[in-house]
Ligand binder design. Structure first.
Ligand code: NZQ
Ligand code: ZN
Length: 392
């Protein structure tokens, strides 16, 4: 087992009506003025935002608002948020939404708490050492940003999508009511399930040894996501399935399924981030569109692990040898993605990059990985371009 540190300071309040505790949690955090931060309209339409506003007003918590966060959150709105917080003396950010709103909140929090240009943190110049405290009311189970130290922002001047990591950005609390996710369109539910699964798959495919407990947790989490994602296709209002997926979303990206590993692969995420930047696709769908092409290129480097994934997660019977079992597992994962409505190539994702664009994607992927991405197999620029090509 590799050495590791595991830090999860986020208080989780989980269950029906849990959002009613939001004002109390903000008071507990000692906030003097709150930025209520949200997305493009779903929380307004569902009435959630009005209920939060009423709670803040009833609790005499002063607040100001900034909505309009887009999926693949934009740097320009982050800058607007930083200026607003500084002008209004905001000392706490409440993110009502999903990964995009939470990441936008984290970036604003970094920008206010640290001097200098906030893009520096995404441009590998510096690491954020401080952040305004953040609370979350989660409305989509997907990115896991409610417990993670990651924050992914798209620069809408240069169209680069970049992530940064800092423990300072981990939210103070996350309120998680699975019922709030029932208004999600089926496609967004499936994108979320795919992303959750992928956060553990990225950690599971590694070169570590002796991770019996971590492997067991990871495999149970992946099986749980697969079973409940299938259920939600037929029963979108199944509370228990929503709850399993929501909790899996947080545990899949708070570090738990990576404890004792070598850190995980993460090449598929790097490949997707470039698709997100160039085509503004939904993150979960971008991941499934390239995963199979990545897996077919690298599985030979860690055949036994791909075979374990096949038998222990995808429920594939042993095919007589490791190679056939591993390949059957890759096919089974792709069949699962299709079953829940996710693409397994870029045509199904709805994008058709030219040769020139593939070269650009590969170039940017290398740049954002600051070298060759991947752990199972370190990928060269040519191999990255080859994965994009194979995924067309
Ligand atoms: O903007 P609104 O109108 O709210 O609509 C959103 C958005 O269109 C909608 N939605 C959210 N909750 C809803 C709802 N619609 C109906 N009912 C609800 N209850 O769903 C759409 C997607 O929302 P978004 O926040 O973008 O989804 P997600 O949570 O998947 O976040 C994706 C972003 O997170 C980043 C991704 O790259 C992407 O930018 N990631 C962040 C990570 C992190 N910080 O740890 C890790 C991930 O790997 C990921 O990279
Ligand atoms: Zn992800």
């Amino acid at each position: 087992m590799h050495d590791f540190s595991y830090y999860t300071p986020t208080k989780i309040v989980f269950g029906r009506d849990s959002e009613k505790q939001t004002a109390g949690l903000i008071k507990e955090a000692g906030a003097a003025k709150v930025l209520l931060h949200y997305g493009g309209g779903s929380a307004e339409r569902s009435g959630l935002l009005d209920r939060i506003r009423e709670q803040l007003a009833a609790g005499r918590i002063p607040f100001t608002e900034l909505g309009g966060v887009q999926p693949n959150p934009r740097l320009s709105l982050v800058r607007e948020g930083i200026a607003l917080c500084e002008r209004e003396g905001v000392d706490f950010i409440l993110a009502v939404g999903g990964g995009s709103v939470i990441d936008s909140a984290k970036a604003i929090g970094y920008g206010v708490a640290c001097s200098g240009d906030v893009w520096d943190f995404y441009n590998f110049k510096r690491t954020a050492t401080a952040c305004l405290p953040i609370g979350v009311v989660l409305t989509i189970a997907a990115a896991g940003s409610e417990m993670s130290n990651s924050c992914v922002i798209t620069n809408d001047d240069t169209w680069e999508k970049r992530g940064t990591k800092s423990d300072a950005g981990r939210p103070r609390f996350a309120v998680m009511n699975p019922e709030l996710t029932m208004t999600l369109p089926p496609y967004q539910t499936a994108c979320g399930c795919a992303d959750i699964l992928m956060h553990t798959m990225e950690r599971y495919f590694n070169h570590g040894e002796n991770m019996e407990l971590t492997d067991g947790i990871a495999e149970a989490l992946m099986r749980t996501v697969i079973r409940n994602a299938r259920l939600l296709v037929k029963e979108p209002e199944n509370y228990e399935a929503r709850a399993e997926i929501m909790w899996a979303g947080s545990l899949s990206h708070n570090g738990l399924t990576g404890c004792g590993t070598d850190g995980g692969d993460w090449a598929v995420h790097k490949l997707e981030h470039e698709l997100g930047a160039m085509y503004d696709v939904a993150h979960g769908a971008g991941l499934t569109a390239v995963w199979g092409s990545w897996a077919r290129l690298v599985y030979g480097e860690r055949m036994e692990r791909f075979a374990s994934f096949a038998t222990n997660v995808m429920n594939v019977p042993w095919q007589g040898n490791e190679r056939e079992t591993a390949l059957a597992g890759i096919r089974a994962a792709e069949a699962f993605f299709r079953e829940i409505g996710m693409p397994v190539n870029m045509t199904e994702l709805g994008v058709a990059p030219t040769e020139e664009q593939i070269e650009e994607l590969a170039e940017k992927c290398m740049k954002s990985a600051q070298g060759m991405p991947g752990i199972v197999k370190k990928l060269s620029r040519e191999e990255i371009a080859g994965i994009y090509r194979a995924a067309r």
